[in-house]
Each structure stands twice: as C-alpha cells, then as structure tokens.
Design a protein around this ligand. Structure first.
Ligand code: AMP
Ligand code: MG
Length: 394
C-alpha cells in the first residue's frame, strides 16, 4: 500500500489553526501590558489635545489683529488657566502647552518678536498658527486603540495620555518546555564525555518570552519511555501548551510520540513535509495542546517560528500575520532534494538577502547571524543569484 503523503506546510498550519482556543481576559497596570495584546476596543475618554493650546513659547493674539504693537496683558504658564480675554492691540505671553486665552487664535513664537516695557512687537512673520486645536488628534469617544493591538511603547504612551492606568489584555498562555535527551547537560555545568549543552530549552523560552507569553522551564529528562510519559502528565498540570524537544525521530530511544499517546493525546500529525523539522508532532488533549519537536537546534527554532508562534499569538488574541518582504538573493541557492518546503536562514539587509553559511539543522552559529527565513517551495531545487525572493523575518 502506498504511504500517505506527509502534510505540507499549509496543511500543518491549517491543522494547528483549527485547534480551538479560548482567550482569558485580565486587567493589568499599564507597564505590565508591554508586549501584550489589547483585549477590547478603547474609546478615547478625552479629546486630544484636551483644550486649545499653544505649540510654542510666544505670544497669543487674534490672527486678524495687525496692530504695530501688542500690550502684554498676562503670562500663561502650562497648567495655568488664562484669566483675561485678549482684545485688539493686546496679547498674552504664553508657554508651550499652555491653554489659549479667549480672544486669541494664533501664537507668534518668541524668537520672532521684540518684548519691551510690557509690550510686544512682531519682527518676523511666523507662518504657523502654532495652536494645537482641541480634539485634532482624537475626539472624545473616538476609537483610540483597537482590540488586537500589540501594546508597545507608543500604544502605552497613548493609553497613559488618555489617563488610563489599567488596560484589558488577553492572559498569555503558560507554555511548558520539556527537553528530552540523555546527552544533555545544563549550561554552567561541566560537560561529561558524549554530552552536549541543552540549548533548546533556552531558545524556546526566549522565543516564548519574546511574544509576551509565559515560559516554564520544566527540565530535561533522560530518554526513557516511562519517565517521558510521567513528565508529560505532570507538566500538563502546570501549562496550557507543552513543547517537548527531542525524541521524536526514528531512533531506538525516541519515545515522545508514544508517550504523548499514552498520556491521552490525539496526534493530529507526526511529520510535516518541511525542512528542517520533518518529524514534528502535534497533539491535543481537551484544551491543552502539545508539540514534539526534533532536537536539532535549528529545527526547534524554525518549527517554533513557523508553527507554534501563530498559535501562541492566537491564544493571546492576536490575528498574527508574519512579516514577509521581497529581497534580492545575493548568491545562488541550491539543494539536492526538493520534496519538502525548506526554510533557509538568511541575513537580510537593505533589501538584499544573503544565505548564511548553513550546513544543516544543527548549526546555531549560522542561525545566530540570520534575521529572516527564505522559504523554498516543495519541488524547487535551486534559486539563481539576483532573483527576487520573499523572506520571512524572525
Ligand atoms: P533527537 O531529536 O532527540 O534525535 O535529537 C537530534 C539532535 O539534536 C541530536 O544531535 C541531539 O543531541 C540534539 N539535541 C537534542 N536535544 C537538544 C537540546 N535540548 N539542545 C541542543 N541539542 C539537542
Ligand atoms: Mg534525543
């Protein structure tokens, strides 16, 4: 009987996208919301600017008043309320951000005036009105930020300027990270013979944290069927999404897919036609989802980027679309087998994509110099130098 073809990248993406998620909403202080996703539309409680104000240090007067000199009737500091109305032949000295007095609709900046004996003369034409009108940025009640917005410094500044101290955000998922491999040692300890350092826990945790989700390092386990199943079962109590690294291939000591089944997971796929990362496993059990990723560090990284990141962002209320841009390939790309879609690390600068020296899915040093992935469709073996390609930023 012919073997069932592996799901391609799009199919695997669809399967993961069909996993149902419920977002939980919480209200958090502004600074704790950095990197999180807004869970509700925010109508502006205020007009912005809040009142007509001066954009300059200068003198406020009536724009149709062309008197040769203007009597200064008061000085208005930012935060003060003007007491007097400006009439013809009069002006008020005014500071940046101060409220415009009645009778004035224009400000001449200080540098364009001469001030002496309580009066002001305009010495050069100021082309600008230098007035910020109430509500010119936002009207009260107008939509200030839309649900789904990613909250970074500019959005947090806007919320603060509207007087909001707390903001509703989707609660980020807790993502458990469990590495398997009897060869693994932790950074900071001495390496025994045949051992390597565990890097996948750290790359995965960094990727999870970069999204604003919570990463739980649940440790490393030896390649052992019992231990793997036990670790999966106990890890599930601590997280909504579980990521396992290693132990998914065809080796004698690869126990993860069987352990996932034993712990009650339905496996939706056990391989993807992708390079690197073919033996990727995705399963669900009720509201929990788990991924088993091949241990090769570049595979782990790429599979997270392409398949897991969109799910985590969806759990956080974000309708994520990866940033894909055209770039000119600086050197020819070639591969010997083309059955799978490949994601190849590239360094992309100023519209030019350079393949980083890349010899396989274990090469973290190459990956560390890349900032994007070149997607090579299944069936394509080469791309000539100078071609315009799409790169996906990481
Ligand atoms: P596996 O998927 O378990 O067959 O592992 C594939 C390759 O990735 C092997 O060379 C492992 O030593 C390596 N590897 C597995 N887990 C890790 C890890 N946590 N950090 C770095 N390399 C790993
Ligand atoms: Mg292993």
């Amino acid at each position: 009987m012919a073997e069932k073809p592996l799901p391609g990248v799009e199919e695997a993406e669809k399967i993961i996208a069909a996993f149902p998620v419920t977002t939980r909403i919480e209200s958090v202080p502004l600074l704790a919301a950095r990197g999180r996703i807004l869970a509700a539309d925010i109508p502006s409680p205020l007009a912005m600017p809040e009142f007509d104000k001066s954009a300059m240090d200068g003198f406020a007067y009536g724009s149709d008043d062309r008197s040769p000199a203007y009597q200064i009737i008061e000085t208005i500091a930012a935060g003060a309320t003007p007491r007097l109305t400006v009439h013809r032949g009069q002006c008020a000295k005014i500071m940046t951000g101060a409220m415009l007095p009645a009778g004035a609709d224009r400000v001449v900046r200080r540098e364009f005036t001469l001030e002496a004996n309580g009066s002001m003369q305009i010495t050069a034409e100021d082309r600008n009105r230098n007035v910020r009108k109430k509500g010119e940025d936002l009207q009260a009640g107008e939509l200030a930020l839309e649900r789904g917005a990613a909250l970074q410094a500019a959005q947090i500044a806007l919320l603060a300027s509207l007087g909001l101290a707390e903001v509703p955000v989707a609660r980020p998922p807790r993502v458990g990270i469990l590495t398997t491999g009897s060869e693994l040692a932790e950074p900071g300890t001495a390496l025994g013979p045949g051992q390597i350092y565990n890097s996948n826990s750290y790359s995965l945790a960094a990727q999870v944290c970069a999204l604003g989700a919570e990463a739980l390092l649940l440790g490393s386990i030896a390649d052992n069927a019992e231990e793997t199943a036990e670790a999966i079962a106990s890890s599930l109590q601590k997280c909504e999404i579980l990521i396992l690294s290693g132990g998914v291939s065809a080796g004698d000591f690869d126990y993860v897919p069987a352990a996932m089944k034993r712990t009650g997971f339905t496996l939706h796929f056990e391989k993807i036609a992708v390079q690197p990362g073919m033996p990727t496993v995705f399963g669900s059990r009720g509201e929990k989802a788990a991924f088993g990723l091949p241990g090769n560090p570049v595979s782990t990284f790429v599979i997270f980027e392409i398949f897991i990141k969109p799910l985590l962002l969806r759990l956080m209320g974000h309708a994520y679309r990866p940033l894909i841009m055209p770039a000119v390939l600086t050197a020819a790309y070639g591969r010997s087998q083309g059955a799978r879609t490949a994601f190849v690390p590239v360094a992309c600068r100023e519209g030019r994509a350079t393949l980083v020296a890349y010899h396989g899915s274990a090469h973290l040093h190459s990956l560390s110099r890349a900032n994007a992935l070149l997607r090579v469709p299944a069936g394509q073996l080469s791309i000539p130098a100078g071609s315009t390609v799409d790169v996906r930023f990481i």
